[in-house]
Ligand binder design. Structure first.
Ligand SMILES: [Fe+2]
Ligand SMILES: [Fe+2]
Length: 171
């Protein structure tokens, strides 16, 4: 099945609305909630990097953001994208484009975690690039992939996916 990842016009939703609207049986509730949290952590890291690029507060904010991003991408790579590949195809399906996004995002956050004295992009420049890449990726998932998968999953499959997303051991 051919899936177009073109994003439709925005429908603004507050993070709190996203949390409250979703039920525990919705497999995408946990991922959408994580997107809201990661957006918040990224904005805190950007504020800290603008105020004091090499400061301890910036380092702490970046470490928190990167560990959350690693967990989120692992959850999707190991649990959600395999279901997406089964539903819509692997090689030319949407999951392959989204997996490539993850690799590009990981490259940017890996740069952020190297020694801050090394030459390279400033933390602020890397965080701004991360912001652009993450927003583009999150809207593809939230406004195209999650609704499409919701429409194609049977109730039992959706509940099973929700359970596996919540219980994946990420240590
Ligand atoms: Fe993702
Ligand atoms: Fe995601």
């Amino acid at each position: 099945m051919r899936v177009d990842l073109k994003v439709p016009p925005p429908q603004f939703r507050e993070p709190r609305d996203v949390y409250e609207a979703a039920s525990r049986l919705d497999p995408f509730q946990v991922l959408t909630a994580e997107h809201a949290l990661l957006r918040l952590e990224l904005s805190r890291a950007l504020d800290a990097a603008k105020a004091d690029p090499q400061g301890a507060e910036t380092r702490r904010a970046i470490d928190l953001l990167v560990s959350g991003l690693r967990r989120h991408q692992k959850r999707e790579d190991q649990v959600m994208y395999p279901v997406c590949e089964r539903l819509f195809g692997g090689k030319d399906g949407p999951a392959s484009a989204l997996r490539r996004d993850h690799a590009a995002i990981a490259q940017v956050f890996d740069d952020l975690t190297v020694d801050s004295k090394r030459s390279g992009p400033s933390p602020k420049a890397s965080l701004e690039e991360l912001h652009q890449r993450l927003e583009a990726h999150f809207v593809k998932e939230e406004r195209v992939l999650f609704p499409l998968m919701t429409a194609h999953l049977e109730g039992r499959e959706a509940a099973d996916l929700a359970r596996r997303l919540r219980s994946l051991d990420l240590t």
